[in-house]
Design a protein around this ligand. Structure first.
Ligand code: AMP
Ligand code: MG
Length: 419
């Protein structure tokens, strides 16, 4: 490869850090206001703050009796019931003060009146007329959530840069925000390369392959808060490839698939070199996905001439494309989408059957999590290598194998990455 400035093939961790380092320098996109529900999955641009204390009043977390804990030093104890407080009870119906020897019947979610400092669960009580007998003592504060204990008025409930999930949307709802300001999705150009690749609707010749990578990548882009823009398939021909790459560089991010290996017609790197691209790495010691390329190029991008556009050359083998997107393209896209940096974290599962591999590469091999509840197990999916989309579709995770392991016994806990 006649590329002098190229830093070359990095370890997985160094390559990931190189992306994270670049990602930490990008600015978030412009914002738009959307309906609360439409904001689900989007990235929050302005923090959601509490418009009042949460809870706004000392809230009973049980059905029972609001009491003074000191009255239950000795049980059973008999107290005078001076009222009933339902959830949403109007202020004038709530006893002003629970005095010594007094209690009020109270429901979950109702405000605990002044004087009371605990709620005895109804299970430990028996009411007869206006008296209630209580059989359990209680410590002050039990079954009462003090006002402002969950959040103080004016405090941040959901930070900027968070992808809005169910809990975040619920918080925005509880803070009275029917619309939210979110970041616009960055436009991600998807350029697939290869003389053998034809469109989905075309009838492939005997040696041709339908384009599947543009579609898997487009789905991954959507999941990572981006908006995919599919470019026409680029042939393995320098001038046409260059024109399409220049077009792709006008997007917020360019993802190419194929044409980055060592073959005679793998032209992507050469074309980017001609366009004076800066390369951060041209490979990672991983499998699948070793030929992954990451860089930045200012050519053909009038709006971004100074800053340049980041690009990834993802390997063409379909499983390599999916894996390298997750490992490397995702953090950059998420940064461009305004998301706060996310560390890549693997979780552990028990290996069902032993694994033997050649050492030297960090591997991300398609695998199936099976079992149930706490008894989860994982095993490799039999596959024909990094072109095997069918095997990968049956997988629901990747087993992560460090480069120094050759043999992993069944029963060992191994790191996995969900897919
Ligand atoms: P390449 O990285 O260009 O050498 O491609 C590696 C393998 O991936 C070859 O077998 C290609 O046919 C296949 N491939 C490349 N691009 C695509 C695509 N868009 N959809 C499906 N397979 C592809
Ligand atoms: Mg190719």
């Amino acid at each position: 490869m006649p590329v002098a400035q190229v830093p070359g093939v990095l370890s997985f961790e160094d390559a990931r850090r190189a992306v994270e380092q670049q990602a930490s320098q990008v600015r978030p996109p412009i914002t738009e206001s959307v309906d609360l529900l439409a904001a689900s999955g989007r990235v929050l641009a302005v923090p959601v703050c509490a418009d009042r204390d949460l809870p706004p009043f000392p809230r009973s977390s049980r059905d029972g009796y609001a009491v003074r804990a000191a009255d239950l030093g000795r049980v059973p104890a008999s107290l005078d019931v001076i009222g009933e407080i339902r959830a949403g009870e109007s202020l004038e119906n709530i006893p002003k003060l629970i005095g010594s020897g007094q209690a009020a019947s109270i429901m979950t979610g109702a405000p605990v009146p002044a004087g009371a400092d605990a709620v005895v669960m109804v299970e430990y009580t028996a009411q007869q007329g206006t008296r209630v007998e209580i059989t359990r003592s209680i410590t002050p504060g039990e079954n009462v959530v003090p006002s402002g204990a969950e959040a103080k008025q004016g405090s941040v409930l959901v930070e900027r840069g968070v992808r809005l999930n169910d809990a975040a949307i619920a918080l925005a709802a509880s803070a009275g925000q029917p619309r939210l300001l979110v970041y616009k999705r960055p436009q991600v150009a998807v350029l697939t390369t290869g003389d053998e690749i034809v469109d989905v609707g075309a009838i492939p010749g005997p040696t041709q392959i339908r384009n599947s990578n543009s579609y898997s990548v487009a789905v991954q882009i959507r999941n990572a808060s981006g908006e995919p823009v599919l470019l026409p398939i680029a042939p393995d021909e320098t001038l046409k490839l260059r024109a399409l790459i220049e077009k792709g560089l006008r997007s917020d991010l360019l993802l190419m698939t194929g044409g980055v290996s060592m073959g005679r017609y793998d032209l992507v790197e050469q074309v980017l070199e001609d366009l004076k691209a800066e390369f951060f790495f041209t490979g990672a010691k991983i499998q699948p996905g070793r030929p992954i390329v990451f860089g930045k190029c200012g050519a053909g991008t009038p709006a971004r001439e100074s800053t340049g556009t980041y690009f990834f050359g993802l390997p063409g083998n379909p499983v390599s494309t999916m894996v390298t997107f997750e490992l490397f393209a995702r953090p950059m896209l998420e940064a461009l989408a305004g998301l706060s940096p996310q560390k890549l974290r693997f979780v552990y599962a028990k290996l069902k059957s032993e694994i033997r591999v050649k050492p030297g590469l960090k591997r991300f091999l398609p695998a199936i999590l099976s079992g149930e509840f706490e008894d989860t197990q994982v095993e490799l999916v039999p596959w024909q290598g990094s072109g095997d989309i069918a095997a990968t579709a049956r997988a629901n995770c990747y087993i992560v194998i460090p480069p120094d392991r050759e043999f992993i016994t069944s029963g060992e806990f191994v790191p996995i990455m969900r897919r």
